[in-house]
Design a protein around this ligand. Sequence first.
Ligand code: HEC
Ligand code: HEC
Length: 325
Amino acid sequence: MNKLIVRFATLVLLSTCIVLQAQDQPLPQTDLPWAYALNSPRAERPADDGLPKRVPGSQSEFVLSEIRNLYSPPDWHSDDHPVMPAIVAQGRNPGVFACAYCHLPNGQGRPENASLTGLTAEYIIQQMADYRAGLRSSSEPQMVPPAAMLAIGLNATESEARAAAEYFARLTPRQWIRVIETETVPETSVEGWMFVAVEQGGSEPIGQRIIEMPEDLERTELRDSRSGFIAYVPIGSVDKGRQLVSTGGDGKTPPCGVCHGDDLRGLGPVPALAGRSPSYLVRQLNDFQTGKRKGRWSPLMQEAVANLSNEDFVVIGAYLASLDP
Ligand code: HEC
Ligand code: HEC
């Protein structure tokens, strides 16, 4: 039975990738395309030039093919975190990529995935159980990183999930995202599931979006776990978000701190929200609303988001990301 599930998950992942390569006309997207960023056409990454790469503050050197190794990603700053269990550092080949590849060895994560720092082991174990039971999926099946996580969640065993959860729960979250309120943002394309500035592009109105970009694209592409992100958000959104989150906006929703803790850093098994990627947080709010995320504990959230609009999601994301993790 388990083998069947593994095969099925691998098949789903492969066919997603094939469909994505084959189609010329993209399928319709969600109405939050900035949160579920899809690669721009013909975004190709450079081939390995065989040259050793370096990042500031590390004595290590890796070539691009090592940096892109899904079963042994680079650990530039091994002093920043405890020794990783095998499932985090190497994963299990085939079927379970190393958690550290996407979530980084220090658990800080990237906009196209999620930070795992500041979460309890109990919460992470429950999420892995939800993935295994097929209760967590994404409103945007064309976005490959969440699809990959679904496959990994299906394939990972309970003891692998537990080892990873215990590791990530030990890590201390760090400041990782700098929120900037602005009217305009650089013109962007999406490469590697992430917004990057178009070369010699101009600027454009931000509108009702949050645009999350690397502080230093080169370091992020080298998967440097000390180089974080900027989140551009609409003017006034942080304050509006603070109002909505702390009061519930006149009965629109319960004040979030009731369950997530007054400081929004989590309460018991309820996850932390402070200082996390606004793209990730908004994907989740939307996935609760569309019913794509329907884990064991999700009904509490489905109620909380029932009356929230996409505009509410933007201000909530802006405010939560601006908090100290
Ligand atoms: C290919 C990239 C990738 C790898 C490798 C990966 N993940 Fe994920 N993970 C993701 C993405 C993407 C999301 C967010 C999905 C979304 O946006 O809906 C995620 C989300 C999660 C979440 C949910 C976090 C939350 O706050 O609810 C957990 C828990 C998690 N991953 C654990 C793991 C573990 C444990 C491993 C290793 C066994 C792992 N992941 C490996 C991409 C990855
Ligand atoms: C009644 C309790 C309750 C309230 C009120 C509540 N939450 Fe939650 N929240 C939860 C629980 C429980 C989870 C975990 C759900 C799951 O495991 O599927 C969660 C998960 C989330 C997540 C996903 C986090 C992750 O790591 O994936 C986000 C984002 C979130 N809540 C935001 C909010 C916001 C914003 C508010 C206020 C508007 C709010 N919550 C109000 C209980 C609550």
